[in-house]
Write a protein that binds this ligand. Structure first.
Ligand SMILES: Cc1cc2nc3c(=O)[nH]c(=O)nc-3n(C[C@H](O)[C@H](O)[C@H](O)COP(=O)(O)OP(=O)(O)OC[C@H]3O[C@@H](n4cnc5c(N)ncnc54)[C@H](O)[C@@H]3O)c2cc1C
Ligand code: SF4
Length: 330
């Protein structure tokens, strides 16, 4: 069994105490929510924090609040299991519920949280290994080295961000709140991520992600999420597609969102889809959207099989569009 490194453990019960404790030594401190990703990474020697702060006892982080117009604010400590099964989320944001339901396994979904999923570390076949395994190869840009084993000439880590919930959250225009001793700031989920696998978040070390706010679903919103993985259980995505179309009573599309995940260090928003707005929902439209995604999406090699993964972008987009489900008020 791999041991955990030594660290100081704090388990505050209020957000104010949490933020204060994090602000004391931010660069030597890590936050632990469900621990389903951080604990394996600590055991693999990927981090050596002086202090770890547990979030589970902070009640403010587990709340779900409804706005008067039908939007929802989800605490970052809400579990993936709740996201997958809450009647309000299933009815209003079915793609988010589905994405959460496809993460890992039932046990991991009961421990894993929304905040941990959004702040998940990037993954790569050369880094998510024991320190002993990595030592045989030598370090890399992400840890203990100055070379990338995936792109040996590269100057940037191309490890993939493989979390399931960010893509549907982006299609729903969700925002996140980050809180530190310096104050609070809110930003769109799409702006939370950057393109470098070493640090693919704009979150500063002294900030905690406190909540995610979803606007009320627009009338006529239809959304879906599909995931490609090696096995149909307990596997990170090799590719993931979130789609959201707003459709009028005449079946004409008034808004289109497509986000593709697990290509590289950040979810990819498919651009220039305005030309397809105003067309009726049809197999031809789905073909056009699938072609647009295929042209713009180029999987990086950190997860392997990049040529095949690009080949399946178009069929995966069509599969996702075929699964679109209307948002309803339960
Ligand atoms: C076998 C296995 C399979 C998995 N399969 C999938 C999968 O298919 N899809 C998927 O998306 N994930 C998968 N995971 C990863 C993980 O279970 C989930 O991503 C989960 O949502 C992580 O949440 P957590 O609360 O456990 O995060 P933690 O492990 O507690 O934290 C993860 C990271 O987020 C940071 N963090 C946590 N909460 C906050 C916060 N509020 N503010 C700031 N930073 C924070 C931590 O410091 C850490 O860096 C898998 C894990 C395992 C072990
Ligand atoms: S992509 Fe390269 S630098 Fe990044 S973790 Fe993998 S081997 Fe290391």
């Amino acid at each position: 069994m791999l041991p955990l490194p030594d660290f100081e453990w704090l388990a505050p019960t209020t957000l104010a105490d949490l933020v204060r404790a994090l602000g004391e030594h931010p660069t030597d401190t890590l936050l632990l929510a469900g621990g389903t990703d951080l604990l394996p990474n600590l055991k693999h020697g990927l981090h050596a924090p002086k202090r770890v702060i547990g979030l589970r006892r902070v009640r403010e982080l587990s709340l779900i609040e409804e706005s008067a117009d039908g939007g929802l604010t989800l605490g970052s400590g809400v579990t993936l299991d709740t996201l997958a099964n809450d009647a309000r989320i299933l009815a209003r944001y079915p793609a988010l519920a589905r994405a959460a339901s496809l993460v890992a396994s039932p046990q991991l979904r009961r421990m894993g949280t929304l905040g941990g999923n959004l702040c998940l570390d990037t993954r790569c076949a050369y880094i998510n290994q024991t320190a002993f395994w990595r030592g045989a190869l030598g370090g890399c840009l992400k840890r203990d080295g100055d070379v990338c084993h995936v792109v040996p000439q590269g100057k940037r880590c191309v490890a993939a961000f493989s979390a399931d919930t960010p893509a549907p959250l982006i299609t729903y225009d969700a925002t996140v709140e980050l809180v530190s001793v310096r104050g609070a700031r809110t930003l769109p989920v799409a702006k939370l991520f950057g393109g470098d696998g070493v640090k693919n978040h704009v979150r500063e070390a002294d900030e905690v992600l406190t909540r995610v706010t979803l606007p009320a679903p627009a009338r006529g919103l239809r959304s879906a999420y599909e995931k490609l993985r090696a096995r149909q259980a307990i596997d990170f995505p090799l590719l993931s597609i979130a789609a959201a179309l707003t459709v009028g009573d005449d079946e004409v599309v008034t808004d289109i969102r497509l986000v593709v995940g697990a290509l590289g260090a950040l979810p990819r928003v498919v651009r220039k889809l305005e030309a397809h707005v105003g067309k009726p929902v049809s197999p031809e439209l789905f073909d056009e959207l699938a072609r647009a995604a295929h042209t713009q999406c180029h999987p990086l090699s950190s997860l392997g099989a990049e040529a095949w993964r690009q080949d399946v972008v178009a069929p995966m987009v069509k599969r996702t569009l075929a699964a679109l489900r209307a948002s309803t008020r339960e």
